[in-house]
Design a protein around this ligand. Structure first.
Ligand SMILES: Cc1ncc(COP(=O)(O)O)c(C=O)c1O
Length: 438
């Protein structure tokens, strides 16, 4: 049960993406974590079915990461991100490039997925400009997409609650239709139907002029809106239309990246290589804030070669870009990825995970289940206002000892990649128990 708190103690913290008033009346706090589990203040364990927020691929509180960060802070806490650099930034870029698909091998560090998205948008604009095509100002995205909360990402986003309060946003962003078709209900993995929805991009090329479009942003599998794997052939079709029109294809790999799809990135899982990739979250196992944009070398070369001999080529960066502590956390995380073969582990566990989650299909409250790799969503029949049932259920799940992220009526499952079958059983068992009672 939620712990009682002294009145007012919780008030000053303005919580993100949370109903502040409700939470502060009945807080559901987490004070400790270890491995597959989070712990409430009363010591109760909650199995972590969403890897925090898709971050903690290697499990919670990994000693190697904590020690690497502590050592780094004791050696070089901060140097200044511009005109100065420290060795771990170069080392990390090279390590990341071992996981990205060739020819994506240039890495720009930021502090979050949202920053990665806005950075990728600027890279796309500058890339076209230096190639003599500054008219390419239009961005294409998709309904039911989540690309973070900065102004660029908000404009690209395709979830109404994240957009409706913030006015018109960027003027030239158009959204393709989402791929969540009724005929794809309860499908495991990539659905058969919907590749033709990629032709929305072709229509935009005809309507706005393909020569005016800078980039197309898609999550290989839409994550935050409730696991929408791409229909078979869909991403290939987007790639072809982008190639035909010289448009950059950007994969937002913030959730899909680092093993979640059973391959290094969604790009490798689906066999389609984008021009830019954004990533964050599992890059540091959630232990430090960090994101990155990985670019094809041709994009880096075009921008860098166009700059003056001794001048800045890309007027962009953050005070904490490639922060030493974040780099240390990421390097220690990638050591774990290498040593424990987390990507392979995800690929191996995936069929068991997918089958187990789909076993919930018989529950009357479940309207759809979608899944791929180590990502799945159980969608509930709405009851009351949109999202009300999903919200209520995530609270009951906390009380029953399970943490997950819900978006509206979708309960999103993305356990740490170190999960074993018994953890999957525990997650699915708790879900069944709670869902059977609503
Ligand atoms: C696909 C995708 N892009 C971007 C973001 C934004 O990342 P952040 O919350 O680190 O800014 C998220 C966060 O969930 C995401 O899922």
């Amino acid at each position: 049960m939620p712990q009682a708190r002294a009145q007012g103690e919780l008030e000053p913290f303005w919580m993100p993406f949370s109903p502040n008033k409700e939470f502060k009346k009945e807080p559901r706090l987490i004070t400790r974590a270890r491995g597959m589990y989070l712990f409430a203040p009363d010591g109760r364990a909650l199995i972590d079915a969403s890897a925090g927020l898709f971050c903690v691929a290697a499990g919670h509180c990994r000693g190697e990461i904590a020690q690497a960060v502590a050592r780094q802070l004791d050696t070089l806490d901060y140097a200044g991100a511009f005109l100065r650099a420290h060795p771990k930034a170069f080392e990390l870029a090279a390590r990341v490039a071992q996981y990205t698909p060739p020819p994506i091998n240039r890495v720009f560090f930021v502090n979050s997925g949202s920053e990665a998205i806005d950075t990728a948008m600027k890279m796309a604009l500058l890339y076209h400009r230096v190639r003599g095509q500054p008219q390419r100002q239009i961005f294409i995205s998709r309904e039911r997409a989540y690309h973070g909360v900065n102004l660029g990402g908000t404009a690209l986003g395709g979830m109404v609650n994240n957009r409706r309060a913030f006015g018109t946003g960027l003027p030239a962003v158009y959204h393709m239709r989402h791929t969540n078709l009724p005929e794809n209900r309860m499908v495991k993995g990539q659905p058969e139907h919907g590749a033709e929805l990629a032709d929305d991009l072709q229509r935009f090329c005809q309507l706005y002029g393909g020569e005016n479009i800078a980039a197309v942003f898609v999550e290989p599998t839409a994550g935050s809106c409730g696991c929408l794997p791409p229909p078979k052939g869909y991403l290939d079709r987007l790639r072809k239309i982008c190639d035909d029109n010289d448009i950059l294809l950007v994969f937002d790999e913030v959730i899909c990246g680092w093993g979640r799809m059973g391959a290094n990135f969604g790009a490798q899982a689906f066999g389609v290589i984008p021009d830019l990739m954004t990533m964050a979250k599992a890059l540091t196992n959630g232990a430090q804030p960090m994101g990155a944009v990985a670019a094809r070398q041709t994009i880096y070369d075009a921008i860098t070669d166009a700059g003056p001999e001794r001048g800045v080529e890309f007027f962009h960066g953050y005070t904490y870009s490639a922060h030493p502590a974040a780099c240390a956390a990421a390097l220690a995380t990638l050591d774990i990825f290498d040593r424990e073969r987390l990507v392979e582990r995800a690929r191996t566990l995936s069929p068991y995970f997918v089958d187990s989650v789909h076993s919930l299909a018989d529950l009357p409250c479940v309207t759809d289940i979608r899944s791929i790799g180590m990502l799945a969503a159980v969608e509930l029949h709405p009851h009351g206002a949109p999202g009300a049932r999903g919200h209520e259920v995530q609270k009951r799940l906390y009380d029953a000892g399970l943490h997950l992220k819900n978006t509206g009526e979708s309960l999103i499952l993305a356990p740490p990649l170190v999960a074993e079958r018994n953890h999957v059983d525990e997650i699915v068992g708790k879900l069944r128990e709670v869902l059977a009672a609503i």
